[in-house]
Design a protein. Sequence first.
Length: 309
Amino acid sequence: MKWRAFISTKWKAALLCLRATDRRRLTRPTRMTCSKCMTTGTGITHRQDAFSLIELLVLLAIISTLVALLLPSLTYAKARARRLECITRLKQWNMAFRTYAEDNEGWIARECYEPLGEVTMNNWSQVKGRPQPDGMTDSQDVWYNALPVHLSQTPTITYAPPPERPRFFDRRHVIHCPSARFPSHAFRPTYQFPLFSLAMNSQLIKTGPTIPFNAIEQRDPVRTVTFLDNLLEGETKVHAAQESTHLGQPGAYANRFGARHEGGGNLAFADGHVAWFPGRDVVETSEDSPLVGGPILPPRDIVWEVYPY
């Protein structure tokens, strides 16, 4: 490769320079002063250990070249590792999604606190929920509270007290994408909303609190989205027409899809698989389309709603 040949040439030039310098030092008489006896003499052979200016410049040039060549590769490797970690987390949510349905007579977890399928920003009071006669709360069947226990994770309700809220945004938690960038105000204990960098598909439940999982399985589980990378404030959009307000809702779809992984994002599907898609394959980007910034219709590889289009 060209860069390897370039580095090899640089190293050879540096070695030749060092050898020539050493030969001159070994053969040339030098005048020294003995620090102990304070006598001087000539003809004493002396080799200095310090680098000359030329040697330092050559060494710095080589190091700079190596850094310039390796830095893009390291950056790409880190981004790819985060993308793969995000895929792993979405696979876990898919597993919890199915397990919850199996434990609840086939019904899936809710997308949001609102009982009739409407998805909005949930504040911490809604996450905590209102006590019910059975000792439960009316938010315990929302996915962010219902599913974590199936993964031995902490339900979001645990972070409702103000001192605990900043801990919710730790990207090491499985509930978040490792590449997410939360706005700074989210970390204030007084901030009223949990922001979700991974969200449940907001189009699964159209009316009523929930639907049976077999309704998804019978329709098109290979293409039906269950979870997705969720757009946050300050992150780059696929298209300017995507939503700009109330970002970070617990439920989302194409108009809030976050392309934070090298121009694309991850989608989890009802059959259990997770895949990365470039933003243009998830969000309509044609300026002539009335759905620009939203879903691509008719659907190709991605289906958001359970009933047919």
